[in-house]
Design a protein around this ligand. Structure first.
Ligand SMILES: CC(C)(COP(=O)(O)OP(=O)(O)OC[C@H]1O[C@@H](n2cnc3c(N)ncnc32)[C@H](O)[C@@H]1OP(=O)(O)O)[C@@H](O)C(=O)NCCC(=O)NCCS
Length: 376
């Protein structure tokens, strides 16, 4: 009983201020989201992902020349070191690509160690440039037995990603959608994976260790992997009416519906309207908009029945489907984007560091007398 009462109190640290940041605000007035003072709506509509990365790293928008230079730097760092290629080729096809990225990031830390915190922006930039290359090299090798050239001359990370995935120059509309997705996923204050990165950074560990830990946190279905789970849900219905019936049934059984609800936002997730619009546009250009229609109906039912709103992950599922992205790459794309936020938080933590070490409320038994092994 004592244990039960104590455990009921678990709060997951909701609502507690665990530090300060100048990088983003989540869920303030009107459930808004801002990065370094700019609204997510403006950024998604007007910026490139590379501009957002710069904004997060330097706290201000780049000049035209600075942006061109940064794009060139990213372009020049897309190649994968030979020993890492060997390792990627050894990983099984059945491995989840989140595990591939977690291992690849850690291996890169062996091959190209950060050495000094003075190199942190270089380490972050290198990871941003090479992460899609590592992911898609492994994907094509393990799934199609093809060794791709992981270097393209595309200016944007989104175009580079789609080019490597589909072996052709992508349509500008698809690049725009993926660029928007990268921006939406770039940063989100003290979410679980970012907090993981900051806790690691606060021990003064190296950059690659912080990111490797963050990838591990993002992998869970309550965090990044919700977009893959949402797709599995959407795919399980044949049409919108079937979805309505199925969702009511799941709610009756008190099942968790992936892609709905949020730990901070209460009424809506501002990223949802943006990615939903992308998904709708792509669905209208596709031969079969069914997954959009199913998603829309699920959203209506969840709001009507539970007042639960779609979070950023829900319409990402159908948007990625229309971009012809395999489901197993959904959460890894989140890594390629959130890397920017993680990196900015690691740098911010290092700038004004103190070891993160909260206390726990003890709920175990009182002090006991020791019993020798033979007497138990
Ligand atoms: C994100 C999430 C972990 C937030 O959890 P949380 O802060 O504990 O959520 P709340 O406190 O707002 O939950 C309130 C109630 O709604 C329910 N609820 C929340 N999200 C739900 C969902 N997706 N499906 C069904 N019920 C849900 C909770 O079970 C809880 O019910 P209870 O009071 O009967 O226990 C949770 O909404 C969730 O698991 N969503 C699905 C996974 C997901 O999409 N993750 C990505 C987040 S961006």
């Amino acid at each position: 009983m004592y244990h039960m009462e104590k455990q009921m109190k678990t709060t997951g640290l909701r609502g507690q201020v665990a530090g300060s940041t100048a990088l983003s605000t989540v869920g303030g007035a009107g459930n808004s989201l801002t990065y370094c003072g700019y609204s997510i709506e403006d950024l998604a509509q007007k910026a490139s992902f590379e501009e957002v990365v710069w904004l997060l790293f330097y706290g201000k928008l780049p000049t035209q020349q600075a942006l061109l230079d940064y794009q060139d730097t990213l372009k020049s760092q897309r190649d994968i070191p030979a020993p890492l290629i060997t390792c990627l080729e050894l990983l099984p096809k059945t491995t989840h690509p989140m595990e591939v990225l977690r291992s690849a990031c850690s291996l890169l830390g062996n091959l190209e160690p950060e050495k000094s915190f003075k190199n942190q922006i270089q380490a972050a930039t290198r990871l941003l440039a090479v992460m899609p290359s590592m992911l898609l090299y492994w994907y094509h090798f393990s799934h199609h037995n093809i060794r791709i050239n992981p270097v393209t001359q595309d200016n944007s990370t989104a175009a580079h990603f789609l080019n490597l995935l589909h072996h052709q120059s992508p349509h500008p509309d698809t690049v725009k959608c993926l660029n928007t997705s990268f921006i939406l996923y770039a940063e989100h204050e003290f979410n679980a994976s970012t907090f993981t990165a900051r806790v690691c950074a606060a021990t003064l560990s190296d950059f690659y260790s912080c990111i490797t830990g963050a990838i591990g946190s993002l992998r869970g279905p309550l965090h990044g992997a919700a977009n893959e789970e949402a797709m599995a849900l959407i795919e399980s219905f044949k049409d919108a009416n079937d979805a309505e019936k199925g969702i009511l049934d799941k709610l009756d059984k008190k099942e968790l519906i992936m892609g709905f609800g949020h730990a901070i936002y209460r009424e809506s997730d501002p990223r949802n309207a943006i990615i939903k619009a992308c998904s709708k546009k792509l669905s209208m250009q596709s031969n079969n908009p069914n997954y959009y229609l199913i998603s829309e109906r699920i959203e209506q039912v969840m709001w009507r029945e539970k007042r639960l709103f779609a979070n950023a992950d829900f319409f990402h599922a159908s948007a990625y489907h229309f971009l012809n992205i395999p489901v197993l790459l959904f959460t890894p794309i989140f890594v390629c984007a959130r890397l920017s936020g993680w990196a900015a938080h690691i740098m911010e933590q290092r700038k004004n560091n103190r070891l993160i070490r909260p206390s726990a409320e003890y709920i175990g038994p009182p002090l006991k007398d020791w019993i020798n092994l033979e007497a138990r």
